[in-house]
Unconditional design. Structure first.
Length: 565
């Protein structure tokens, strides 16, 4: 029986890749699914979906799904796109009330769950829903199809489908962000050009699949490029080291190729750095080889600010591999990135606008656009502005929320389309030796440096603006501090005062003055030659752990309430 898929760029790309080339690998079991299998299984899953709704058109409908990281997730995700529907991945780690909120807010027509998560899915729809989508349990794909010779392409358009993710909801209830298929394709093509994905790449995937980082950067884009994705989730430092080492150990398995591409959050690199000395001498040698620039072509850190000590430790461990930082968010995919040349990976910078992305800085108080070459004020200080973006990679709207959509876009004065207000503040400056555009034409000119979120990371104290991220970066360079988050607290005298929440290292717990635990005065003494006096924390709270979400981000509003109030 012949199955058909729409002529969407993602399916056309998959069909053009070598059908015998690996697409998805399960690291633990070493099961491998090739591109020919993937195309066939997606087409078969499309027919299964149609049967579930008795052939009713699903164009534009939201279809939620709960699936483990692996081949079943990929097939389900792509089969939803094949119906011109909107794929809505759910996180099995989220509590049931959060999943119910997403199902109700999205008005999902279907709720698909793999056998592994069927009990959780049944619990979610059992109670408390005003809108109950039809629940269907998906059978596990044990072995992929042999070939895709019976898959044909139709002229069906995909104008209504896409991908839907919910924002983290740090300011209010989470909002549904719809990324249309053309937007996803534009994001993937931009990254393929910038990060030069190729069919010879093997990406180790250690990220959750309900965030833009894990879905677009580390799955959709490599599939467009014909690379292989090997799933090793949830992240475990020992498991990752063992996988990286495999091709370089005596009697290594010939089926295990070197990993060429790793993209993760700073917490992952912190844990890898910290756990490396605990490995056996043989493993240490093999893993050091695995992460050298010779084998690991690209290592990327994102979703949260990268501490300089983490970056430096990784460079030393890998014999010269430098972590590449980039900037993005749910609504825009990736917007800025450092370049592939090592000299274009500058500490603290997120680089330049990616191909097809337009970016500008706008002063928050005056609304004035900071033009290229006008980065300094009359006193010679860098002018701060909100990052605003536009282009084909930017989302168009929040789901059923025209008010929020209108608030986040601003009209242009050049007729080139509206700008999206990111809410992130940055400065832009020329860095000597970087931004020449020699290796990549887009990586040139002044670089962007993120100061933080307008609301929580820009602290106004005594008439001065302070970047919480700058202070965090300095705190994390101290041997006494393992984790840090800097916030602004209300102050009658200063407007706001700088406060720090830290997790102390073993040195910090015992190595303060007189062998006592570190306090705020110890911290201020250690920092006085690094930061201006008004930037030094006036309050310090020591905690055992700083709560973070799956992507390593800290909700600072919640942290202030929990720690200081």
């Amino acid at each position: 029986m012949t199955s058909t898929l729409p002529s969407s760029p993602i399916f056309e790309a998959i069909a053009k890749h070598d059908p015998k080339s690996p697409a998805i690998i399960h690291s633990a079991s070493n099961r491998c699914f090739c591109y020919g299998s993937l195309l066939h299984n997606v087409a078969a899953a499309k027919d299964t979906l149609a049967a579930m709704v008795n052939g009713k058109p699903l164009a534009g409908e939201r279809i939620a799904f709960l699936a483990e990281n692996g081949y079943d997730y990929v097939v389900t995700f792509l089969s939803i796109l094949s119906h011109d529907a909107i794929a809505l991945p759910l996180a099995h780690t989220h509590p049931n009330p959060e999943l119910r909120y997403v199902l109700e807010n999205s008005g999902a027509a279907l709720f698909l769950a793999t056998e592994k998560f069927q009990e959780k899915a049944k619990e979610v729809v059992k109670e408390g829903l005003n809108h109950t989508p039809k629940l269907e349990i998906l059978r596990k794909i044990e072995t992929g199809a042999v070939s895709a010779e019976d898959v044909k392409f139709s002229s069906q358009s995909v104008d209504n489908g896409g991908f839907m993710l919910y924002t983290s909801g740090t300011t209010n209830r989470p909002k549904g962000v719809i990324l249309s298929v053309p937007t996803m394709i534009a994001q993937a093509r931009s990254l393929i050009e910038a990060w030069e994905y190729t069919p010879s790449d093997l990406l180790l995937h250690v990220l959750p699949l309900h965030h833009i980082h894990g879905t677009i950067n580390a799955l959709f884009t490599p599939l467009m490029a014909g690379a292989a994705v090997e799933f090793a989730y949830p992240f475990n430092a020992d498991t990752v080291w063992k996988r990286l080492a495999m091709p370089f150990l005596p009697h290594s398995s010939p089926s295990k190729r070197p990993i060429t591409f790793l993209t993760a959050v700073p917490t992952v690199y912190n844990r890898l750095n910290a756990s490396h000395p605990t490995l056996s001498p043989e493993m240490q040698e093999a893993t050091r080889t695995a992460i050298t620039p010779q084998y690991m072509r690209l290592n990327i850190s994102g979703s949260a600010a990268l501490p300089t000590p983490t970056k430096a430790a990784w460079t030393e461990l890998s014999s010269g591999n430098v972590l590449l930082e980039r900037y993005g968010m749910t609504e825009v995919g990736m917007a800025l990135s450092c370049g592939l040349a090592f000299e274009d990976r500058v500490d603290g910078s997120v680089g330049w606008p990616l191909p097809s992305v337009e970016a500008r800085l706008v002063e928050s108080e005056t609304g004035e656009v900071i033009r290229l070459g006008e980065e300094l004020d009359k006193d010679g200080r860098l002018r701060e502005g909100e990052i605003q973006l536009r282009g084909p990679t930017i989302f168009k709207e929040y789901f059923h929320n025209p008010k929020a959509t209108a608030e986040e876009f601003v009209d242009s004065d050049d007729g080139g389309g509206k700008w999206f207000k990111t809410g992130d503040v940055a400065v832009r400056q020329v860095v000597e030796g970087a931004g020449k555009g020699l290796k990549q034409s887009w990586a040139k000119g002044p670089m962007y440096f993120i100061r933080g979120r307008k609301s929580v990371d820009i602290i106004k104290t005594g008439g001065e603006k302070v970047s919480a991220l700058e202070i965090e970066r300095e705190l994390l360079s101290l041997p006494e501090i393992e984790e840090a988050a800097v916030v602004g607290l209300p102050s009658e005298q200063w407007g706001q005062k700088v406060a720090a929440v830290v997790v102390l290292s073993e040195t910090g717990l015992t190595g303060g003055r007189g062998g006592k635990q570190w306090g705020v005065m110890d911290l201020r003494r250690a920092m006085k030659d690094r930061l201006a006096n008004y930037k030094l924390p006036q309050e310090l709270r020591v905690v055992k752990a700083i709560p973070r979400n799956a992507m390593g981000k800290v909700n600072k509003k919640t942290l202030i309430k929990d720690v200081f109030q």
